[in-house]
Design a protein around this ligand. Sequence first.
Ligand SMILES: Cc1ncc(COP(=O)(O)O)c(C=O)c1O
Length: 443
Amino acid sequence: MNQQHLWHGNLQHHGLEHRPPLEIVAAEGCCVQARDGRRYLDAMAGLFCVNVGYGRREIVDAVAAQMARLPYYPLTQSHPPGIALAARLAGLLPQGLDKVFFCNSGSEAVETALKMARQYGRQKHPGENRYKIIARHRGYHGFTMGALSATGQSPRRTAFEPLVPGFLHVPPPDPYRCGFCAGQAGCTLDCAAEIERLIRMEGPATVAAVIAEPVIGGGGIFPAPEGYLERLREICDRYGALLILDEVITGFGRTGKLFAFEHAGVRPDILTVAKGLTSAYLPLGAAVATAEVFEAFLSAGAPETKFTQLSTFGGHPASCAAAMANLDILLRERLWENAARVGGYLLERLRALSSPVIGEVRGRGLLLGIELVADRQTRAPLAEGRVVAAQSALREAGVLVGRNSDTVPGYGNVLELSPPLILTEAQAGTIVQALESVLAGMG
Ligand SMILES: Cc1ncc(COP(=O)(O)O)c(C=O)c1O
């Protein structure tokens, strides 16, 4: 029935009648309920996004009130929820990172940031040709053509190539498998140095920006090692490239700070956010730029220096109202602190598991990855079919976890956890127990 007309993303429809997707009909807190009445602990918060948890009546009420007052007006002009939310975001971000451009999703936020960077490059450095964007393998930045071009996961890109010209990729920080430093005492930051080498080889005057997730999310959970983001900041400053930090997953508390760049004390030139901005109660994204970037778009005598982008739904008043109510909850309950505390507890419990298929457990706050291997010595990845089987068994046990599907050929071997930030220690214990019993049978 479901499959007759609904075309799902990232799902092979052939044979779907034998393995139908979960049809979720209701949700509360950290749990979702399927049509057949079964309840699951949603250890993925939907798609890394329902940060404040399900069933928050005050968000629903705020949206309803806004819809009754003003259901729509475009931000080519203005409206109160847009003004209020932009000011609120500016107040939460470091000094000077305060020019907020609204859109509808994470992909659009990244698309917006990339376009800002290219137009900025041309207007700030008129004699140069700054259009190249440096990104990392395994990074994910979205499904639109620009954001996909920045994405470093070939299985997601190949069917749509050729993509946008001018995107270059370097190795991500992955100490477990790093070509530079695996087996050494710690990360040598050679992967960051690679970015500098690439900029010099390409010619700094051709590079508009470096884009990075502070913790690579969908690509397998790779937190930036200590010193990494600081090095990116230094390199960008040295060569006049903008630093775009993509906090579509990590923003709004997930890693134990309100924003993940706070762990490194690094301020990006452009920040992209979405998911946790409304906890996905309604679609909304934003690219937030520094005043310095914004100023390159100001000119008394040349109106074409304005940012050349238009969006019908971007910054929809109802979405802005949802975001305001969501931020009220996030700030009142200080949910990033719970993410740090319960995330730390969960990481510790997971690292204590002794299954022979667990190669590495890593992550930050409530964004964790469990890399499964066939052999702990050689670190050979567990075959994808067996990882899928583990994910299905966890679902049978009542816990929904993610997996880095279709990111790197042969390396779809990371189970991912990104639960609502209200997760309790008892619920973390439920996740650990389910993993323990499922992985015990896989040695
Ligand atoms: C880091 C990052 N950027 C961008 C996106 C794209 O966001 P959306 O799916 O809302 O378009 C995602 C989605 O998961 C993401 O993880």
